[in-house]
Ligand binder design. Structure first.
Ligand SMILES: Nc1nc2c(ncn2[C@@H]2O[C@H](COP(=O)(O)OP(=O)(O)OP(=O)(O)O)[C@@H](O)[C@H]2O)c(=O)[nH]1
Ligand SMILES: O=C([O-])CC(=O)C(=O)O
Ligand SMILES: [Mn+2]
Length: 594
C-alpha cells in the first residue's frame, strides 16, 4: 500500500521526532473517542462538569487568563516575498519562521499525547470542500475540532484518495504570552501555531485554514474564501434567497445567521434557514451564479449577549452537548454570561464573582456546538453543490455616518463598499476595543495575501456570463445623540433583508444617492416597530459633507496598497467622490435660491 497516506505518515513521523510525545493517537472522530477525551479532561481539570440536569453533555473550559482571544500581532503570513503577504499582514521569511517556531516545538510534547486529527472543511462529498490534518497536544482542541469540522475516518479516506491536504501543527506550549506564534505558509499549504490554546489561534481548521490558507488557494483556483455567514430567507411564497454577509468579528454574523422573524413576519410565513455563521466558500457554477458552502460543521459563537430576546436559536442550540469557554457559573452550576437572567457566583477565571473585577463572563467567551443542534439548521447546508447566493452584504460597527442600508449600483461599486468597510474593534482580538479601523470585507485579520491582489481577485468575477449577486452594505450600530442604538437590530434586521430581496426581484424602486441606493420612504416595513419617522430619516440619511471626508479617507486607504490595487477601484472611488461633490454643490445652490 504505497498509498497517498504515505505523505501524511511521513509528516507525522517528522513531527513526532521534533516534539517527542510519549503517545500518538490518530483520531477517528467516533462518539467513544469523544467520551473518553471528555472523561480524561474532567480528571485533569481541562473541563469542568456543568449542571447535567439542565445542560446534559455540557462542560466548561477555563483558558489561561492571558490567552482569551486571537493575537493578531503574533500572527504571520510567511510567503517567500514580503510583497506577497501585503501591508495587511505581519510577514516573516519562511526559513526564519520555521527556525523560530521549530525551536519552540523541539521536545514540547514530552510526556504528552500527540493527536493526529484528519478533518474535512465542507460536506465530505463536496467538490468545494478541502481537507486538512491538525496535529496537536491539546485534547480540548481535539474535542472542539470534532464539533467544528467533519473530523476522523471519513476525512482520512478522502485524504487518502486525494493525496493533498493542509498541514497544521499546534501545541499549547508553555503559555508564555511572549513565546507565542501563529504562522502560515500558504506556498507550502501549512500552518504552525505555538503557545495559545484559544479559538482561532488553536482550532486550525477555522481561521488559519478556512480563511488564511484557503483565501490563497481560492485566488489561484478561482473561488472565494470569506469571513461570511450564509442564511436562507424564505418568503411567504416559499421562495428562498440565500444571503452571504461579511461583518468583522463580534459584529453580528451568528445573530443574523440565526435570525428569528418579528411577530408579523412569522404570521405571514417568513422563515429563516441557517447555513453558516462565520465562514463561506463560494465559486461560480455553470449557470454563472455564485454557489456557497459553509466549510464548518459547528458554531464557535460569542456567548455574552446571547439571550432569549436576541438569539433564541443559539440559546436553544447550547442547551446540551456544548463546550463553553470562559463563561461564568451560577450557584446551581449552570453556565452564565451577561445578557442571561439569573446571577453568577463564579466568574470566568473561577474566582467568586465580584463586579469590581469586570464582567462575570469574559467578553470573548464562547460556546462550541454542533450546527445540527440549531433549530433553524438548513437541510441545504449538507448540499455538496452549495446554495446559490442572491446577495452579498458587508457591514460593521459605525456609530455615525453610515446609513442602515445601501445598495451598490454594480459589482465594482460593491467591491469598493467592501474594501472601504470600517468598524469599531471588539473583544474578539486582543487590543483596544471601540477604535475605528478599516477592515476590508471583514478580512483584515484573515486574508492570507496582499489586499491589493485580493481586491483584484474580487474584481475578476465580473465577467461576461456571470450572474453575480447584488451587493449591499448595512450598519445595525448607528447611535443617536443619547448614545443608544437607533435601530432595534436582531430579528428586525429581517425588515432590511426583505427590502434587499424586493430589490433583487425588481419589486422596489429604491432611491439613488451619491453613495448608493437607499430604501425610498415606505419601502422599509416598519409596522410593529416603535420607530418614529425622524429616527428612520436619521438612519437613512446621507450626510454629504461627512461622506466627502470619508471618501477622501477611503482614497488614502486604497493608495496604501500601492501598485497592486486594481485601477478600477481608484476610478470607482473618484466616481463616488465627484458624485458627492456635485450633490453638495447642487444642494448649496438649492439653499441659495430658496
Ligand atoms: N445592536 C445590535 N447588536 C447586535 C446585533 N447583532 C448582534 N449584535 C451583538 O453583537 C455581538 C456579537 O454578535 P455575534 O453574532 O456573535 O458576532 P459574530 O460576527 O458572529 O462574531 P465572531 O464569532 O467573532 O466572528 C453580540 O454582543 C450581539 O449581541 C444587532 O443587530 N444590533
Ligand atoms: O477566530 C476566533 O477566535 C473566533 C472568531 O470567529 C473570530 O474572531 O472571528
Ligand atoms: Mn469570526
Amino acid at each position: 500500500m504505497a498509498s497517498k497516506l504515505e505523505a501524511l505518515e511521513r509528516w507525522v513521523d517528522e513531527v513526532a521526532k521534533l516534539t517527542r510525545p510519549s503517545h500518538i493517537h490518530w483520531c477517528d472522530g467516533s462518539d467513544d473517542e469523544y467520551q473518553a477525551l471528555v472523561q480524561q479532561m474532567l480528571q485533569t481539570g481541562d473541563l469542568i462538569e456543568l449542571n447535567q440536569q439542565t445542560h446534559p453533555g455540557c462542560y466548561l473550559h477555563r483558558s489561561n487568563h492571558a490567552d482569551v482571544a486571537r493575537v493578531e500581532h503574533l500572527t504571520f503570513v510567511c510567503t517567500q516575498t514580503e510583497e506577497d503577504a501585503g501591508p495587511n499582514n505581519h510577514w516573516m521569511a519562511p526559513n526564519e519562521a520555521h527556525g523560530k517556531i521549530d525551536a519552540l516545538f523541539d521536545g514540547c510534547m514530552q510526556g504528552r499525547t500527540m493527536y493526529v486529527i484528519p478533518y474535512c472543511m465542507g460536506p465530505i462529498d463536496s467538490p468545494l470542500a478541502r481537507c486538512g490534518v491538525e496535529i496537536t497536544d491539546s485534547p480540548y482542541v481535539v474535542a472542539n475540532m470534532r464539533t467544528m469540522t467533519r473530523m476522523g475516518a471519513a476525512a482520512q479516506t478522502r485524504i487518502e484518495r486525494e493525496g493533498g491536504f493542509v498541514k497544521g501543527l499546534h501545541s499549547t506550549g508553555e503559555l508564555d504570552p511572549e513565546r507565542r506564534f501563529i504562522m502560515h505558509f500558504p506556498e507550502e499549504l501549512s500552518i504552525k501555531s505555538y503557545g495559545s490554546g484559544y479559538g482561532g489561534n488553536a482550532l486550525l481548521g477555522k481561521k488559519c485554514h478556512a480563511l488564511r490558507i484557503a483565501s490563497w488557494q481560492a485566488r489561484s483556483e478561482g473561488w472565494l474564501a470569506e469571513h461570511m455567514l450564509i442564511v436562507g430567507i424564505e418568503n411567504p411564497q416559499g421562495e428562498t434567497h440565500y444571503v452571504a454577509a461579511a461583518f468583522p468579528s463580534a459584529c453580528g454574523k451568528t445573530n443574523l445567521a440565526m435570525l428569528i422573524p418579528p411577530e408579523g413576519y412569522r404570521q405571514d410565513g417568513w422563515k429563516v434557514w441557517t447555513i453558516g455563521d462565520d465562514i463561506c466558500w463560494m465559486r461560480p457554477g455553470s449557470d454563472g451564479r455564485l454557489y456557497a458552502i459553509n466549510p464548518e460543521a459547528g458554531f464557535f459563537g460569542v456567548a455574552p449577549g446571547t439571550s432569549a430576546a436576541t438569539n433564541a436559536n443559539a440559546l436553544a442550540s447550547v442547551s446540551r452537548d456544548t463546550i463553553f469557554t470562559n463563561v461564568a457559573v451560577t450557584a446551581d452550576n449552570q453556565p452564565w454570561w451577561e445578557g442571561l437572567p439569573g446571577t453568577p457566583v463564579t466568574d470566568w477565571r473561577g474566582r467568586p464573582y465580584d463586579p469590581a473585577n469586570g464582567p462575570a463572563a469574559h467578553p470573548n467567551s464562547r460556546f462550541t456546538v454542533s450546527a445540527k443542534q440549531c433549530p433553524t439548521w438548513s437541510p441545504k447546508a449538507e448540499d455538496a453543490q452549495g446554495v446559490p447566493i442572491s446577495a452579498i452584504v458587508f457591514g460593521g460597527r459605525r456609530p455615525s455616518l453610515v446609513p442602515l442600508v445601501l445598495e451598490a449600483r454594480d459589482w465594482t461599486h460593491g467591491v469598493l463598499l467592501g474594501a472601504a468597510m470600517g468598524s469599531e474593534t471588539t473583544a474578539a482580538a486582543t487590543g483596544e476595543v471601540g477604535v475605528l479601523r478599516r477592515d476590508s470585507m471583514a478580512m483584515k485579520p484573515f486574508c492570507g495575501y496582499h489586499y491589493g491582489d485580493y481586491f483584484a481577485h474580487w474584481q475578476s468575477f465580473d465577467q461576461a456570463g456571470a450572474h453575480l449577486p447584488k451587493i449591499f452594505h448595512v450598519n445595525w450600530f448607528r447611535k443617536g445623540r443619547d448614545g443608544k442604538f437607533l435601530w432595534p437590530g436582531f430579528g428586525d434586521n429581517l425588515r432590511v433583508l426583505e427590502w434587499m430581496i424586493a430589490r433583487i426581484k425588481g419589486d422596489a424602486a429604491g432611491m439613488e444617492t451619491p453613495i448608493g441606493i437607499v430604501p425610498a420612504p415606505n419601502e422599509l416595513r416598519t409596522t410593529g416597530l416603535n420607530l418614529d419617522a425622524a429616527t428612520l430619516g436619521e438612519l437613512l440619511d446621507v450626510d454629504h459633507a461627512g461622506w466627502q471626508t470619508e471618501l477622501a479617507a477611503i482614497g488614502d486607504y486604497l493608495h496604501s496598497f500601492g501598485k497592486r490595487l486594481p485601477k478600477s477601484l481608484h476610478v470607482e472611488q473618484q466616481r463616488v467622490a465627484s458624485a458627492l461633490a456635485q450633490a453638495a454643490t447642487a444642494s448649496r445652490q438649492v439653499a441659495a435660491t430658496s
